[in-house]
Structure formats: C-alpha cells, structure tokens
Design a protein around this ligand. Sequence first.
Ligand code: NAD
Ligand code: FES
Length: 292
Amino acid sequence: MYKIIRAEELTANIFLMEVEAKRVADACKPGQFVIVRKDEDGERIPLTICDYDTEKGTITIVFQIVGAATQMMAELKAGDSFHDFVGPLGCASEFVGEDLESLKKKKMLFVAGGVGTAPVYPQVKWLHEHGIEADVIVGAKTKDLLILEEEMKSVAGNLYITTDDGSYGRSGMVTQTIKELVEEGKKYDVCVAIGPMIMMKFVCLQTKELGIPTIVSLNPIMVDGTGMCGACRVTVGDEVKFACVDGPEFDGHKVNFDEAMKRQQIYKTEEGRAFLKAKEGATHHGGCGHCS
Ligand code: NAD
Ligand code: FES
C-alpha cells in the first residue's frame, strides 16, 4: 500500500497528492509517469509525475477528474493509501541524458497548458537545479484554473502566465505568447510543449514555421500505460509508436496529431476498438505479442 501524505484540491476538479513510494522516487527522472490504482479492482490510471523527493521517498501526482475512477481517487485524503503505485515508467526527458555543458548553451522554452503544467514542473526544476534557467509559458482558460504558479516561479528563468479570457497575466492562448516573445526578439533552440493534444498540435505548427525543434508529451492518449491496450498508438514520422512504451515524449513536428486525436475518439467505444483492431492488425498493440 502507498500512503498519501498530502492531498489538496488545487482548483475545481484538479487534485494534488503526495504519495510515499520510496523505490519510485529513488529511480525517478523528469518526463516519466506512474500507474496508480485506488484498490484491487480499480482502473489503472497513468499519470505523469509532477514532483519527486528522494529524501522523503515521495512522488507528487496531479490529476483532473475525467471519469468515475478519477472521481473516486479525488475522494482519498491524507492518511489513505493507493493499492498500486507502479513506476517510474516510460523514457525520461531526452535532455536529462545530454551533456550538461552543451545543454547550458541552449535557450529552452517550456509551454504548459492547463493540467499539463504539472509534468512541466519537474523538467524545469531539474534544469534549474543543474544551473539552467528556462523560459516557461503557462496557459490556463481563466485565472481560477491556473495551477502551480508559485512552484513554477521558483524554478523558471522567466515565467509568462497567459489566460484565454485575459483574467490574469497576458491575454490569449499560449501560441499568442509564443508569437509575442519571438516578436520581442527572444530566440529559442528547443521548445517543450505539454498540455491538451490540440494545444500541442497548434504549438507544433507554430514552432515548425519558426524553426524551433519541439518535444511533446503524449500522456493524454494513454489508457493502460503498459503497451497492451493499443490506445496510445501514434504515427511519428513514418513509424508506428506507442506513447507508453516508446515515449511519452516525441518529436512534435513528426507526430500525426490529427490521426492521434481522431483515433482517440474512435477508441472510446467497444465497436471503435474492434474497428481499430481489424484495421491495424498486428500493429494494434504496443508489444503484448497476442496479435501476431
Ligand atoms: P485547457 O483546455 O484549459 O487548455 C490549456 C491551455 O492550452 C489553454 O489555456 C491554451 O493556452 C492552450 N490551448 C488550448 N487549446 C489551444 C489551441 N487550439 N491552440 C493553442 N493553444 C491552445 O487544458 P486543460 O483542460 O487543463 O487540459 C486538460 C488536458 O490536458 C487533458 O486532455 C489532459 O489529457 C491533458 N494533459 C496532458 C498532459 C501531457 O502530458 N501532455 C498531462 C496532463 C494533462
Ligand atoms: Fe495502452 Fe499504451 S496506453 S498501449
């Protein structure tokens, strides 16, 4: 059992939990995710890690209520426990393995949208701890939906907040702020965009035009997080990839977002899943081996 030592509602329907999981915390790197289950019969939920503390042996997760399983998770309080807390899973962010001196010369821009702010935080924090100050744009629909502002402020080189309705910070979507920063003369060597699929798609269209290589995290299309369900199948360049085993981070300029979003819709029904299985054959799953 994995004890929750802190449980907070950050804003409407978005919850933060700090969980005792020493072995996960010891091995964790930015960009990775965990799979949690509230109880023995619970749904498996893949969540990108928001923070980790190797001294305390804890992992922090942030999640939004999107269905029955996350609703039940949101009811847990400090002192309660998760039945399963598996990880760290997936590949770490690529920059973690880069030569630190070359990395220090790069100008990095992070673009976080809504709940996607949570997985951006450990990446920016890791860079800050290694002497690299990145620019960060955080976008939310309104001021009330903004999360982790203070945490992000403490690790970002420059933090730009933007709200769609202009209720706080700059006005407009994250792409508007990217445009403004570039017009103000900012130059970036790499962009990391994490948020809703539609946001990542439009950030990638924009950064492609601007010539800024861009990494995205495809956590939103995962279901079981183990390569078995086939939900996170995505075309990257001319290759079929699975977000949970090959990612979750990919070259955003190569991701076929339209296909991934359409497939995500089809996957929701039993009939849709049967259709995808028939159409995709042996490439339907991410490595279970049952198809071939
Ligand atoms: P949201 O819909 O409130 O959007 C957040 C911000 O994204 C907006 O404020 C805006 O600035 C930007 N955005 C949205 N649509 C855009 C567009 N068409 N063009 C440019 N920018 C746009 O976000 P939310 O409701 O907090 O997000 C929930 C989604 O985030 C879920 O789908 C969830 O799966 C996803 N999510 C993704 C990750 C990840 O790893 N990529 C992690 C957690 C959550
Ligand atoms: Fe099921 Fe990746 S989430 S195959």
